[in-house]
Design a protein around this ligand. Structure first.
Ligand code: AMP
Ligand code: MG
Length: 423
């Protein structure tokens, strides 16, 4: 079975799952690695496993501001009174051993001096103003366990273990984890170079004067933002007219300098839909037309080494096909795991008529009912041209191919935009 065989396409559309699997199979992750300083590493994909070099914390230390004591000095049935013989501050250790029957003032993060085995919160102690002695009530010592309020050496991270795995997309917390190891640079996968172009004779740049019958271009603004959030290096190729020669020249040139070419518009079957033809002329189309809604005309192919994703022109189709189709492919290219987003099972606060056959995404919000149960609500129009639906929604209801309609109160799958990298 050849995927470019038009007879095949006419027979049965590829399902979303088949399309993703086929496309993922054909994608090799970028092999080039670069070293970037921590503050430039956010959103990048770690290229190698990163072992921990240090124990964190580096030694037993206090989790609280308080007093380091010997647990065996604490009396369970009378007030315990101890002299305070010194202080251990974060960054300034108390270097002498602390004998039984004595306490040391200690601050959060200070290394535990030799001797004491327990820290008592300062709120649980009474002291004189100069802190030369402290007293603890039996009701406090009664509840205090040996070793309380002490963070053990290596309790957070142990030297020699794997700190971070390759393929991990670096969030602020992973970057902080590396910083805690004294690591200043991280090896990350080179960012994919993605070129974005919009096509259509009716499209004009925001800020320009609009001739009658024309519309302002919005898809590039959507796609470039989504790509940047994902961690791609984007080239904006602007708007192209529905002109074969212009398309040929621009796509040929762009394919030579990019890993991915993302187009919008011109992939359906109208007379001005030249993008598909031009991709086929310059390279190969692996498939086009999927059993999805919106986004049916999505086209996937290659021009030499450059992946080409031809998205339909309607703005909703653009965002949905980016999030559900382009995104996992880009993640694989970036060297990250293209994991399925987390989904919620929610109750439909709507009824929706449809025929089975295509996977469908509806623009939705989730609200809590009186019992705090999540309810999915739909935008008033599900037209694939209605950009306002994307701004209103906080996620997508996903209906599987075999779904024959939704009745009020049915349970549906909901994908929050946040799980798709858009907050
Ligand atoms: P097409 O896929 O080229 O047939 O376009 C489908 C619909 O999307 C048409 O109504 C176009 O005007 C509209 N459209 C195409 N590209 C854009 C764009 N970049 N910005 C806004 N609307 C667009
Ligand atoms: Mg068009």
């Amino acid at each position: 079975m050849s995927l470019s065989d038009p007879a095949h396409a006419a027979e049965r559309l590829l399902t979303w799952q088949e399309a993703i699997a086929l496309a993922l199979q054909s994608i090799q992750s970028i092999a080039e690695i670069e070293s970037v300083p921590l503050l430039s590493a956010e959103g990048r994909v770690l290229a190698d496993d990163l072992p921990a070099r240090l124990d964190v914390p580096p030694g037993d230390n206090s989790a609280m501001d308080g007093f380091a004591v010997h647990w065996s000095d604490l009396s369970p049935d009378a007030v315990t009174r101890l002299p305070v013989i010194g202080q251990a501050l974060a960054g300034h250790r108390y270097t002498r051993p602390v004998p039984r029957g004595a306490a040391v003032r200690i601050t959060t993060g200070a290394l535990l001096p030799e001797g004491p085995d327990t820290v008592i919160m300062q709120e649980h102690c009474r002291t004189d103003p100069e802190e030369t002695w402290l007293e603890i009530e039996p009701r406090i010592t009664d509840r205090l366990r040996l070793g309380e309020n002490i963070r053990r050496r290596g309790e957070d991270v142990q030297a020699g273990t794997r700190l971070l795995a390759h393929g991990c997309r670096l969030r602020p917390q992973e970057i902080a984890l590396a910083a805690g190891q004294g690591i200043a640079y991280l090896n990350v996968v080179r960012q994919p170079r993605v070129a974005v172009v919009s096509t259509g004779d009716e499209l004009y740049e925001p800020g320009s004067e609009l001739p009658s019958g024309a519309i302002y271009e919005s898809n590039r603004y959507l796609l470039i933002g989504l790509l940047r959030r994902l961690g791609c290096a984007v080239t904006d190729l602007g708007i192209l007219r529905d002109d074969r020669e212009a398309l040929l020249a621009t796509l040929r040139r762009a394919a030579a300098g990019h890993d991915v070419l993302l187009t919008s518009g011109g992939v359906s079957i109208g007379t001005a839909d030249l993008v598909k033809e031009v991709i086929a002329e310059l390279g190969q189309i692996a498939f086009w037309r999927l059993a999805v809604k919106p986004g049916k005309p999505v086209t996937f192919g290659r021009i030499a080494d450059c992946l080409v994703l031809g998205l339909p022109g309607n703005p909703v189709s653009v965002m949905v096909s980016f999030l559900r189709f382009a995104r996992p492919l880009l993640l694989k290219l970036m060297g990250a795991e293209p994991v399925e987003p987390m989904r919620w099972r929610v109750v439909a606060d709507f009824a929706f008529r449809r025929k089975p056959g295509r996977r469908e995404w509806l623009r939705a919000q989730v609200r809590l009912d009186a019992e705090q149960r999540p309810l999915a609500v739909l935008y008033h129009t599900q037209s694939s041209g209605a950009l306002s639906s994307l701004s209103w929604a906080d996620g997508l209801v996903e209906l599987p191919e075999d779904c024959a309609g939704v009745a009020l109160g049915d349970t549906v799958d909901y994908l929050p935009f946040s799980a798709l990298g858009v907050e």
